[in-house]
Design a protein around this ligand. Sequence first.
Ligand code: FEO
Length: 385
Amino acid sequence: MGFSNVTDSIYYVGVNDHQVDLFEGQYVVPNGMSYNSYVIVDEKIAVMDTVDIHFFQEWLDNIAAVLDGKKPDYLIIQHMEPDHSASIAEFLKVYPDAVVVGNAKTFPMMQQFFGADIAPNREVVANGGTLSLGGRTLTFVFAPMVHWPEVMVTYDAQDKVLFSADGFGKFGALDVEESWACEARRYYIGIVGKYGAPVQALLKKAAGLDIQVICPLHGPVLTGDLGYYLNLYNIWSSYGVESEGVMIAYTSVYGNTKKAAALLADKLKAKGCPKVVLTDLARCDLAEAVEDAFRYGKLVLATTTYNADIFPFMRTFIDHLTERNYQNRTIGLIENGSWAPMAAKVMSGMLEKSKNITWLDTVTIRSALTAENEAQLDAMADALL
Ligand code: FEO
């Protein structure tokens, strides 16, 4: 892939991955994934992070192409998750004199992953600590739990660049054209969604810096109207509502619960609801469904009573919501049960720790829709507008 300029003295040396089947073991990435790395060339030379182990040679070739015979002085490790750290040992085989820069939480993790102390040449930095490259000074800002505890971001005041670790990253390789928000949202909600409070803390720290360029570890380098990206991150990390609309997530065994979900969707559209998303949880990309639940302010869950519980896809979906601190939403429940309906009780119980939920009246179906159910769905649609 080679390299490209971010600024006159900062180079992109990352790689595109179109081989990964499931990113981080669970996310489908139809447009692949990028693992970003950067080289800062000053009086001293620093490499920012490494890449997934399957691409270490391509990455080392990119670095060599930038350096044209020179050697890097520093390898800065902002995050120890293997999509960024797995090639540290390979780097140090080629550049054994480079000093590895991390914090007090970085190096024990490095030891755990590599089974040995691979970085005896190290500099341990503190929160707010600095590293002079001669012309410019880098400042390290700890960002614990965005997305692991050792994460730090790095600010270059000379070029006004924030190296943001996983923050502002997205799914998708860089050789595929696609809009930023869709796959950045699915990435954020899926991977960082639980950690809204730490992201809010990082955004507050970033607000005090003059940032012209954001260099994340996944996805494109961000320039131009950074307020657009910062605003979305503020909404997502504060569990705010990004878009007006209703998501209806359902499971159905013989089609009767599906019929209720679809009828509600039709009623909402007929009544002028700005956006209705209807999702079959047994057949969708779960990460996309979770993303939609966080994107919109109103959610309807429709499922069957099953083994005295709820249908498994719905249980998994709600688990994904609650483990990401689902809150600040309006929720309606549709349950179906032929002899002892209890799905609504199970679903509301699973969500009982979610903060600031407005509950609508539950609709209970006994096997198939009745005229009374249709009237109840009509009332639910009115309550959702
Ligand atoms: Fe891209 Fe948390 O690793």
